[in-house]
Design a protein around this ligand. Sequence first.
Ligand code: AMP
Length: 422
Amino acid sequence: MKYRAVKGMNDILPEEAERFALVERTFRATVERLGFRELRTPIVEELGLFHKSTGETSEVVQKQMFLLDREREKLALRPEGTPSAARVYIGQSQWAKEPITKWYYIGPMFRAEQPQRGRYRQFHQAGCELYGDPGPLADAEMMHMLYRMTVELGLVGTTLELNSLGGSEARVEYRQRLKAFFSAKLETLSPHAIERLEDNPLRILDSKDPRDIAASEGAPILLDCLSEEDKTHFGEVCAALDELGTPYRVNPRLVRGLDYYTRTCFEISAQTGEIGSQNAILGGGRYDNMIAALGGENVPAIGFAMGLERILLAMPEAKTQSSSLCFFAPLGARAGRAALKLADQLRTQGLTVEVDGRDTSLKAKLRRANSLAAHVAVVLGETELDAGQAQLKLLAEHAQKDVPLSELVETVVRAFEGVRTP
Ligand code: AMP
């Protein structure tokens, strides 16, 4: 019997893992430049945490949780990172808390979805959480940082869309208006939307069902229900984005799937690449009531999560080519030992070096150097050793030269100048 990976949970082979690592490095560098620090939390949490924060009426909690029943404990694999971070934040003693806390996380998330391209049951998110700053500048700076990151990753045709969901009062009023609007069109809605009408009519706007999309035509707009404070906040977010030169589009229909959002919410999608219908690469927003709802103090929060698989689908191939390699092809035991020593010196200079110590022909070794796309290959045989030199092959240029062993490290390092290394 051959075992396979569970449906929708993918093995990530080395070539793909290198692409993941590249995105993760860019993410870390970007967010660390704004003062975010890494938080690592367990993959398993108490189920109740997600009920309380992700929300009872969210699609994720209602349909997509991976549950673990351990005697009397009700546990779940995390479907997102925000609830765990909030749990840690609340659990800290009051005195350990700074007025503003900035955390980021990277890791696997689990949702029992119907797998398709760009939608998996185990996927990876990188996200940030910022606690303690209710101001619009925090929102604008976070979105601008994300826009910059998409440029650095080489993503083209990306769109940043944003909306304001207002505070709880605006939401209550909007819910009522939506309920009245959709109740008048009951017979045209999908059965799923009819179920949502009672508990969360906002989600009907999120539906991909053509019947619901048609029925949503002319639906009330949330921006019309905002309080004066909400409107001022949103106006200042937009003004700061304008000042920073961040391209964005206000989308009054953007609601986002999780229950906890208040005021600003945003999404970035990629229009190009292979991504097809799953084109949202990240989403986030403000959740000013969540910490208090989870038993903490009244602390505002804002955050986002981006899907690493989605980013990779949207990224141009050239951006993720693996780094360059120096390859040693020694012939014989004495040359093998000399190669290990030279390789060690080159690695301390920061190069990636492989020594092919197999007892095979030079031809077989060079074939491997080519298939690994090595930048240079060093051939070292008994004759070369006796003459105190090695043969250096510059594979990309189809050139070769003999180099004295005493100058080899320096010459190889020079050959890598301007070549991208990890
Ligand atoms: P969410 O936590 O639902 O707001 O999603 C944030 C981002 O995570 C989305 O924009 C996607 O890029 C990614 N994402 C969410 N669900 C999945 C999934 N099942 N498979 C792959 N990526 C996902």
